[in-house]
Design a protein around this ligand. Structure first.
Ligand SMILES: [Zn+2]
Length: 83
């Protein structure tokens, strides 16, 4: 039986902790420690223009995208099995 959303959006796909994706992300971003980490990351990111370029290049690598896709497929399969 699939988990039901208790966030007020039962028609949406369940994402985590009884919430749909939008509500879960809202709660996730509401964590002050996480917001601070994000701010810190953006500060570093914006302080180094070359970094933006490096990350763009890395993410554009098809082999990397393929690895990432495989990783998420394996992760998803493992999650289904454990249920
Ligand atoms: Zn929701």
């Amino acid at each position: 039986m699939p988990k039901l959303n208790t966030c007020g959006h039962p028609e949406r796909k369940h994402h985590a902790k009884g919430m749909c994706h939008a509500c879960y992300m809202r709660e996730y971003d509401a964590d002050p420690a996480r917001r601070e980490r994000k701010r810190e990351y953006m500060r570093e990111y914006n302080a180094d223009p070359a970094r933006r370029e490096r990350e763009r290049e890395r993410n554009a690598d098809p082999a990397r995208r393929e690895r990432k896709r495989e990783y998420y497929q394996i992760k998803k399969a493992a999650k289904c099995k454990s249920k």
